[in-house]
Design a protein around this ligand. Structure first.
Ligand code: GRG
Length: 292
């Protein structure tokens, strides 16, 4: 059931992303080609799906929110391209194939990230069929959480904390920002675009924050013990890079328990909504047990 739902969403999101960033035949088309290579790779599209599901849960007509949902995926893809660069995590594989800089070189990879981030705000602002006040409010939340006090801040903590002793509080805050901020934003923006009230926006934020922490823990577990064919990049890169993660410090079993706890807390927040929560409940559970 959840598998079918995900494939249906992924097909629609991929078709929209393809349309939103067409090759242009200009002298600078190389940056479009490199951006499309990463954007249209084999991503799970979890963030746009969360946005669309929260939007529907709050009574929205899902087709209107696709541009905004795709904008969140564009920002996520930019962050992956930049994170893979040698000056950051230095990863050669992403989404089952060579990372952007391995295929197109560092300069174009850097510029593709810049392009995706910038174009994302243009795409989101062209959301039609939704009250413009809601769109502006969602844009404000998106920029705040993708920026200094969100994902970028978390990435800075990751880079700067690399050689420090492991500190649980530091690492939790880093995950909350680096991974959680964009996931939280997707959930919040779905609710905001549907015009729901502050209590629902806050429930979506709490759901997203807890889901984001669980998501990062599972990501660390998969990096330590997943199947590289399935996850689309080599396993053990954290160990290879001598990176201190929750898994290296607390062990896999403890991390599974923590992910379980955060997932339960996320699910509790869904009680704040009156609509049909089955899809979101199944998606939350799927993410806890995911293998990629
Ligand atoms: C460069 C500003 C900047 C930020 C980078 C997101 C991020 C911040 C770094 C990615 C590092 C990483 C692998 C974090 C673990 C959690 C995570 C975001 C995994 C990738 O997201 P998925 O699993 O990937 O949704 P797909 O490919 O399915 O979209």
């Amino acid at each position: 059931m959840i598998d079918m739902l995900l494939v249906e969403y992924q097909n629609k999101i991929n078709a929209r992303l393809d349309m939103l960033l067409p090759e242009n035949g200009m002298y600078y088309d190389s940056v479009v080609k490199a951006s499309r290579y990463s954007l249209l790779g084999n991503g799970k599209r979890i963030r746009p799906i969360l946005l669309l599901e929260f939007y529907k849960l709050c009574g929205g007509d899902d087709d209107c929110a696709y541009n905004f949902a795709c904008a969140v995926e564009m920002i996520h893809t930019y962050s992956l391209i930049h994170d893979d660069l040698p000056c950051m995590d230095d990863d050669d594989y992403r989404r089952g194939r060579p990372s952007c800089h391995k295929e197109f070189g560092e300069t174009l990879a850097l510029l593709s990230g810049d392009a995706l981030l910038t174009e994302a705000f243009g795409v989101a602002s062209k959301t039609m069929g939704i009250n413009p006040e809601y769109v502006v409010k969602a844009l404000t939340v998106l920029s705040a959480n993708a920026g200094i006090n969100g994902m970028v801040g978390g990435q800075v903590m990751d880079v700067e904390g690399e050689n420090a002793e492991f500190q649980s509080n530091y690492s939790l805050e880093m995950c909350r920002l680096k991974t959680g901020a964009l996931i939280k934003t997707a959930c919040m923006c779905g609710v905001i675009l549907a015009g729901a009230d502050e209590s629902k926006i806050s429930a979506a934020a709490n759901y997203g924050e807890n889901l984001g922490l669980a998501f990062q823990l599972i990501d660390d577990i998969l990096d330590a013990s997943g199947d590289s064919e399935v996850i689309g990049k080599p396993v053990g890169s954290d160990v290879k890079n001598d990176k201190k993660t929750f898994v290296s410090e607390l062990g896999i079993e403890c991390c599974k328990k923590m992910a379980d706890e955060f997932t339960k807390k996320a699910l509790e927040q869904l009680n704040m909504f009156d609509g049909d929560k089955q899809n979101l409940t199944e998606l939350t559970d799927y993410l806890l047990h995911r293998i990629k």
